[in-house]
Design a protein around this ligand. Structure first.
Ligand SMILES: C[S@@+](CC[C@H](N)C(=O)[O-])C[C@H]1O[C@@H](n2cnc3c(N)ncnc32)[C@H](O)[C@@H]1O
Length: 296
């Protein structure tokens, strides 16, 4: 139990919570990769510091008893219930944009953010991008970021989960994009008719059954629909590869994150000329195919 009679500066509290988190051997992989950053995110959330990093001046201050109790309570939940910090703060960043997040959606962390910020260069001429489909939109992070990157494009944010789409709507409204980003409830392409796109981008579920059972406790707070994709993790990728050609305009591209199932994808579709993308900020397991490559 924290000794609340003992006055602590923000710096002292930060160090103490980070130490407690380190001892608890938590799993990091939902936006932060160490206990200090996790503790800072909780403290900044309560003290309403938007940058997520305490300033030198703030470090010397003493939080009020109420603030201290709130910070301690959040840290205790992070440790005891293994809840990723972002679900506690309900706030994260994707491609430089602030996103509302809760347990109805996967926590945004896709390397695709970097590609979207680059407007998919050099893979497509951004001037010709009028329609984008984000398949498996979750929080809507990819759809919102695409709409921001392509200021004149219309974006379909597609998901099978009504709960996820409710969160996507919050983010679309937050970024005032309701006129250009359409939310569609659909099992992959089934509700999209003959609609065709210049870019189909997707971070689909891609965890196989065996791996799903061994994931650290933090992942159990994420919707299983967002992670699991059948016995080998390839169920969603199979649908994307089969159906995308019908929904791509000539010259259009399909970009899919498959993470650590990259080797399984390479083995399963040996004949497809995948381009595996590289990212400056880290991450990988993302392939790109043109419509022409998919149909050849
Ligand atoms: C890995 S999450 C990605 C969420 C978000 N795009 C991101 O990058 O953070 C996969 C998403 O695909 C959705 N999904 C799963 N099966 C689907 C299906 N058959 N059709 C459409 N969406 C599906 C899940 O509900 C989930 O929101």
């Amino acid at each position: 139990m924290p000794q609340l009679s003992q006055k602590l500066t923000v710096d002292g509290l930060w160090k103490r919570i980070a130490r407690r988190m380190a001892r608890a051997r938590l799993h990091y992989g939902h936006g932060t990769d160490n206990p200090r950053d996790d503790a800072a995110a909780l403290i900044c959330h309560v003290l309403e510091v938007p940058t997520g990093l305490p300033t030198p001046a703030l470090l010397k201050k003493t939080p009020s008893l109420r603030q201290r109790l709130m910070i301690e309570a959040l840290a205790a939940r992070r440790i005891r219930e293994r809840i990723p910090v972002v679900y506690l703060t309900r706030q994260c960043w994707f491609a430089g944009l602030s996103m509302y997040v809760d347990e109805r959606v996967l926590i945004p962390r896709s390397p695709l953010a970097e590609l979207i910020e680059r407007r998919f260069a050099p893979w497509i001429d951004s001037r010709r991008v009028h329609r984008v489909c984000d398949m498996g939109t979750g929080s809507g992070c990819i759809a919102v970021a695409c709409a921001r990157s392509f200021q004149r494009a219309r974006v379909d944010a597609v998901d099978i989960s009504p709960a996820a789409l409710a969160v996507a709507r919050i983010n679309i409204a937050r970024h005032r994009l309701a006129k250009r980003v359409r939310v569609v409830k659909s099992d992959h392409f089934s509700a999209l008719g003959r609609r065709a796109y210049d870019i189909i981008v997707s971070n689909p579920p891609y965890v196989g059954r065996r791996e799903l059972a061994t994931l650290p406790a933090e992942y159990r707070h994420e919707p299983s629909l967002a992670l699991g994709a059948g016995a080998d993790g390839l169920d969603s990728v199979r649908v994307l590869l089969k159906c995308a050609p019908r929904h791509l305009r000539p010259g259009g591209i399909l970009v899919v994150e498959v993470g650590n199932t990259e080797q399984a994808v390479r083995r399963a579709w040996r004949a497809l000329p995948f381009t595996w993308l590289e990212f400056e900020r880290g991450g990988g397991g993302v392939f790109l195919l043109t419509r022409e490559q998919l149909t050849e």
